[in-house]
Design a protein around this ligand. Structure first.
Ligand SMILES: Cc1cc2nc3c(=O)[nH]c(=O)nc-3n(C[C@H](O)[C@H](O)[C@H](O)COP(=O)(O)O)c2cc1C
Length: 155
């Protein structure tokens, strides 16, 4: 299967998980493209919009996995801007994951996944898996493994 993993990652955590997920899916025999959304300058919390530089196209992928950090209890504005400009996700299944620093899903994790889910569903996608990785947890490594297993389970 031709799968796209598309992430925004400011400091590399989300990208690291995405790279490991890519490896696992490739081992299962899939063709994986890992693409990174990039922006001009730096986004500050409270910015309404950013200028995107790298804008990965989703058309060629049968399924897409989107990843983003939580920022200011919300979806990072770079990923929000990127997701909102996708013309359509009609007929595609997507999965979502977020990385965050603070413990508990209610410190932005649930809200961020909800924002991503709404944008994707409004564009016609079905949403499969949703995962939160708590970067500061002692059990981070276990959580990452579990998330990667869940995100790759149906492929
Ligand atoms: C501007 C900013 C705001 C953040 N806000 C939150 C937050 O509200 N909740 C949280 O759990 N982590 C927050 N974090 C931490 C990041 O979500 C966390 O470090 C994440 O893993 C970073 O992913 P990245 O390395 O892919 O950018 C914030 C980080 C930054 C830079």
């Amino acid at each position: 299967m031709n799968i796209g993993i598309i992430v925004y990652s400011k400091t590399g955590n989300t990208f690291e998980v995405a790279s490991r997920l890519k490896g696992v899916l490739e081992q299962k025999g899939h063709s994986i493209n890992l693409e990174r959304v990039t922006i001009e300058g730096k986004a500050k919390p409270g910015d309404k919009e950013v200028r995107l530089i790298n804008i990965p196209a989703v058309e060629s992928y049968e399924e897409v996995i989107f990843g983003s950090p939580v920022q200011a209890f919300s979806l990072a504005v770079a990923m929000e801007t990127y997701l909102k400009q996708i013309p359509t996700l009609e007929g595609k299944e997507v999965s979502l994951f977020v990385t965050k620093h603070l413990p508990f899903a209610w410190t932005g994790g649930n809200r961020t996944l909800g924002q991503m889910e709404k944008i994707c569903k409004d564009k016609g996608a079905g949403v499969r898996e949703k995962e939160i990785i708590f970067w500061n947890e002692k059990s981070r490594e276990e959580t990452i493994k579990k998330c990667i297993a869940n995100l790759s389970s149906h492929f």
